[in-house]
Design a protein around this ligand. Structure first.
Ligand code: PEP
Ligand code: MN
Length: 358
């Protein structure tokens, strides 16, 4: 850390700043220039940054030289981390392909969608049982019943599952049913929740908040990592933009940037980022091209009946096509969509009621 002192600072003030620094167990190195005096501070920077050094008389500016996240930084771990969810590897050239409905609605529909996305090559099954809705009157999810349905769907088709947990009190419950815990965009800075999912030891899918900077996202990851849980996958799902033609602003630069700042895998969610099925495939492919370690998309067999986010759901046929394109783009970059072992178990009933639209 570098402390820049005000012009006209007195010798007594400089002594006082040095004394403060030493009291914190850090070392101070004073450099006197023609116009300004600066103090180089050597020691635990994160600890020093947490102190109100800027409030000491004579101090003009306090400048960190390291990023505020330690465990999430590329310096801490120069090789890309590989997160494992069941047999699925995410990162280091292995792509996640996460698909499923926004919300778990009922068992037959969940089973039918699971089968379709598994056949298309998805390797993680998603579906929300606890839905963070803007309106309290909108469908809030089936709760534990939804967790049970998702877990059964995953078992039937041989896919690990990911689902959102919105409340720190539910972490244990959700962790009992799901293979990966999702922290949604709205909860990215729910620090109690981050600490709890960190303690759970389960892999975590951490989505970027709608107005979070890349540094904010990495600091939230740091909360989870600092609990001893290294299994964190980040997700760019769009930030609040100004153009009503898309739901959010898909920030591809953030993906490229995270790859340079952190060893953690980052995937893209073009469904929530754009809210438009007509451009979701293009944005998914762009995400892979820019370096994402996977894609997360919402798929529904009958979007007009969906209880949440139907307007942005891809149809299963569209997902089949996208999955194939993702595999091809991944191959161009020497990457591969992680494959699930074996065939789809043959006890899956493919004649399941798919909740036909009309
Ligand atoms: C979701 O994945 O269904 C969801 C609510 O996403 P986000 O938190 O990114 O809005
Ligand atoms: Mn959704």
């Amino acid at each position: 850390m570098i402390i820049v002192l005000k012009s006209g600072v007195t010798e007594e003030q400089i002594r006082h700043v040095v004394q403060r620094i030493e009291q914190l167990g850090l070392r101070a190195h004073v450099s006197r220039g023609t116009y300004r005096t600066v103090i180089g501070v050597i020691g635990d920077e994160a600890k020093a940054m947490a102190e109100p050094l800027r409030a000491i008389p004579g101090v003009a500016e306090v400048m960190p030289v390291l990023p505020p996240y330690k465990l999430a930084s590329i310096e801490a771990h120069p090789e890309p981390s590989i997160v494992r969810v069941g047999s699925v590897r995410i990162g280091g050239g292995h792509l996640a392909l996460i698909a499923g409905p926004c919300a778990v609605e009922n068992a037959p529909r969940m089973f039918a969608i699971a089968e379709r996305v598994r056949r298309a090559g998805a390797n993680l099954l998603r579906g929300g049982a606890y839905k963070p809705r803007t309106s309290p009157y909108a469908f809030q999810g089936l709760g534990e019943e939804g967790l049970k349905i998702l877990a059964e769907a995953g078992q039937r088709v041989g896919m690990p599952t990911v689902t959102e947990v919105t409340d720190p009190r539910n972490v244990e419950l959700v962790a009992r049913y799901a293979d990966m815990l999702q922290v949604g965009a709205r909860n990215m800075q729910n620090f109690v929740l981050l600490t709890e999912v960190g303690r759970s030891g389960k892999p975590v899918l951490l989505k970027r908040g709608p107005s979070a900077t890349v540094t904010d996202l990495l600091m939230s990851a740091e909360y989870i990592l600092s609990q001893g849980n290294s299994q964190v996958v980040l997700c760019e799902r769009g930030v609040r933009g100004f153009d009503p033609l898309t739901r959010n602003l898909f920030d591809l630069a953030a993906v490229a940037l995270v790859k340079r700042l952190s060893h953690l895998p980052i995937i893209v969610d073009p469904s929530h980022a754009t809210g438009r099925p007509d451009i979701i495939p293009d944005c998914a492919l762009a995400g892979v091209a820019v370096g994402a370690d996977g894609v997360h998309v919402e798929v529904h067999d009958c979007p007009e009946e969906a209880k949440s986010d139907g307007q942005q759901a891809l149809l299963p046929d569209q997902f089949d096509q996208l999955a194939e394109q993702i595999r091809r783009v991944a191959a161009v970059f020497g990457k591969k969509v992680s494959e699930l072992p074996g065939e789809i178990p043959c006890d899956v009933d493919s004649s399941l009621e798919t909740g036909k639209c009309i």
